[in-house]
Design a protein around this ligand. Sequence first.
Ligand SMILES: C[S@@+](CC[C@H](N)C(=O)[O-])C[C@H]1O[C@@H](n2cnc3c(N)ncnc32)[C@H](O)[C@@H]1O
Length: 213
Amino acid sequence: MSGSHYFTGAPEVASERRPITVSLPDVTLELTTDAGVFSRSRLDPGTRILLEHAPPPRVRGPILDIGCGYGPIALTWATRRKRLPVWAVDVNERALELVRLNAEALGLGNVQAALPDDVPEDVRFATIYSNPPIRIGKAALRRLLTHWLGRLTPDGSAFLVVQKHLGSDSLQQWLNEQGYPTSRVTSANGFRILEARPRPAGEGSESGRGTTS
Ligand SMILES: C[S@@+](CC[C@H](N)C(=O)[O-])C[C@H]1O[C@@H](n2cnc3c(N)ncnc32)[C@H](O)[C@@H]1O
């Protein structure tokens, strides 16, 4: 699988749309994927763990999927929470087209697929679910997370699935240092789900929420 989709707005590889079934214990979605989009042949194992093990939103409010690809995370949560707005963000235009097409085919009117810069400045998110683009590199990933975690509501949560061998523990430590007390929700098959929450105003880093290691 080429990694070019991590960096390109418009994949060079020719389009070759295909159906894919995303089958979860509570939801089955018939979706379309395409060449040049992340894990187009099967639901990514990390994404499956996130969708099966991350808890539902802890508070009501808009949901964000950072790096949505063809949309398995955004579309699953849009199905599970039809009354909540779900934002699906990616730099890959082909991926965003797929999310729009998939949302329409599923009759989901609560999904907005957008380039990062096209999300209105004033939108805040109660919950983030993401299988983030680790392979863009540590510095770029940190910039990405700093940007979007800064748009969580004060009572919001971000659930991130990260492979242990791709640095989940150091990411957890860094998030803690950035003012997002971060705990490990689940460990499964070499993946971890981290939950990061904004530190309550007035709490210093020493007195923040406890973390698990
Ligand atoms: C690990 S894939 C996950 C895709 C999809 N959520 C899934 O689970 O199949 C990460 C995604 O992040 C996207 N991405 C890379 N850099 C990004 C950025 N700066 N902002 C938003 N998305 C980005 C990639 O195009 C890719 O679709």
